[in-house]
Design a protein. Sequence first.
Length: 91
Amino acid sequence: MGEELDPKHDSHKNHKRPDIVIHKRGRLELENNLLVIEIKIEQGYDEDEKKLLNFTDTLNKYRPFQYKYGLKIFFLPTLQLGWFRERFLFK
């Protein structure tokens, strides 16, 4: 699989690897890519939010897969969760 179709790259051909994924390995269809999760101890990681927006965005020629849901988890100063679906953040 060339870089153009590598699932570990985002829409801009940047290498991205989420903290946790729940999926069927090697399957690109939406129903096989259920959840992508980014976890950090402290709030303030805009890159993680950008990754989740990208991974839940619609398909394109550089990223031939899409996750159905995304979740960001921050533990400090208080527990915060952010859910993503179809490139939108639902707080």
